[in-house]
Design a protein around this ligand. Structure first.
Ligand code: NAP
Ligand code: G4F
Length: 348
């Protein structure tokens, strides 16, 4: 019989890649999606919907009764809790909602597993945002690792840190196999459009499709000096899976160990379309500044490399190139579809 995994946030970036990975490994995947008034929102997993081993189930992780029912119905071997209000900027405007999803959600799973299925292994999506302003220094390099103290800087990070500590408490108190991946930023062609990398590459795609129109509206961004350790999401879901295959449940930092500023991402992305100076195309807009910023993230991945044998495969230039090319292709396709429709309307 196939192993069963529940993946929360299956419609999101990581959930879609992880579902693919688990299906490839022979799992039956129960992917959760929250209720929506439309059928939109399934774009990342459309290709999985006809797979007999993929079951899409409507569920909201903030509802404890719903989570209990899921655990008792499926008695899964593994649960990967990826669902979240995942936007840091939004968390300043919706702190209570963010806490409800990002903290109460994981508590609901930990309780359900403790009471109904204690042999279920649990993965929690923790984040480098928990380090906030803190870092360690070695040979002039500022970095974060598993033991670096957390100093969160946003409602998002506070909720994620509380969930992270809750996982530790359940692991220590009830001997659950529960662990957290402290993942640094990871992006992809499937990244949400309001995260800075995708916002940039989507703008570039539309700009190219416009024929690099002089009147094309500028790209409006906030702080360009923040540094992030950016990897590709497909590499990172491998690490999630590996964590649940270990003998002991432990937390791991997952990152590329290379950091770049938003400005460097912009330079690399504009270089892809032959523009060496992005500045004439970018307007700095205070709307996109955070009340509190995380300036520097650079992950030290010694533990994951040694214990999990994990390494990132996609480099920073390849990540940027893949995202830019994908968004150019998508924008050109959309433009073509729009003009064919217009032609049809004019001729009929
Ligand atoms: P994402 O694309 O924003 O996906 C989030 C998922 O959560 C979506 O499927 C969303 O559903 C779902 N969701 C939100 N609220 C829900 C609720 N109340 N009940 C059920 N589902 C709900 O995020 P991601 O980039 O894949 O990240 C996955 C996880 O890793 C998140 O927990 C995030 O905080 C964490 N993380 C991400 C990164 C990163 O750089 N990507 C780094 C560290 C940690 P809809 O599709 O309906 O919106
Ligand atoms: O792309 P971002 O919104 O990602 P952020 O805040 O680092 O959070 C992401 O990574 C975390 C892991 O460290 C995850 F836990 C979290 O779920 C999410 O996936 O912003 C990156 C940087 C920030 O410093 C932000 O201030 O880009 C800066 N930025 C500048 N202009 C902008 C913009 N960010 C966004 N979203 N939009 C802008 O216009």
């Amino acid at each position: 019989m196939n192993k069963i995994a529940i993946v929360t946030g299956a419609t999101g970036q990581d959930g879609s890649y992880l579902s693919e990975l688990l299906l490839d490994k022979g799992y039956t995947v129960v992917g959760l999606r929250r209720r929506s008034s439309s059928e939109k929102g399934l774009e990342r997993i459309e290709h999985l919907l006809n797979n007999d081993n993929f079951k899409l189930v409507e569920a909201d992780i903030t509802d404890s009764g719903c989570v209990n029912s899921l655990i008792s119905e499926y008695m899964p071997h593994e649960v990967y809790n990826l669902a979240a209000q995942s936007h840091v900027g939004t968390s300043f405007k919706q702190p209570s909602y963010t806490s409800q999803v990002n903290l109460q959600g994981p508590i609901n799973f930990l309780e359900a597993i403790r009471l109904l299925s204690p042999s279920t292994k649990f993965y929690q999506a923790s984040t480098s945002e928990m380090f906030g302003k803190n870092y360690e220094v070695f040979a002039d390099t500022k970095y974060q690792k598993e033991t670096t103290p957390f100093v969160p800087q946003s409602p998002y990070a506070v909720a994620k840190l509380a969930a992270h500590e809750m996982v530790r408490i359940y692991r220590d108190s009830y001997e659950l196999f529960a662990c957290c991946g402290i993942l640094f930023n990871h992006e992809s062609e499937r990244r949400g459009e309001n995260f800075v990398t995708r916002k940039i590459t989507k703008w570039i795609g539309e700009f190219v499709a416009s024929g690099q129109d002089e009147d094309f509206p500028a790209l409006r961004l906030g702080n360009l000096d923040a540094h992030r350790d950016w990897g590709h999401a497909q590499d990172y879901v491998d690490a999630m899976y590996l964590m649940l295959q270990q003998d002991e449940p432990e937390d791991y930092v997952i990152a590329t160990s290379e950091t770049h500023s938003v400005r460097e991402f912009l330079t690399e992305a504009f270089n892809e379309i032959g523009i060496s100076n992005f500045e004439p195309h970018v307007v700095i807009d205070p709307e996109f500044y955070r009340p509190c910023e995380v300036d520097w993230l650079l992950g030290h991945t010694g533990k994951a490399r040694q214990q999990l044998g994990w390494r990132p495969k996609v480099s920073f230039p390849e990540l940027v190139q893949r995202m830019v090319r994908s968004d150019i292709d998508a924008a050109r396709k959309e433009k073509l579809e729009r003009s064919s429709l217009q032609e049809l309307e004019e001729t009929s």
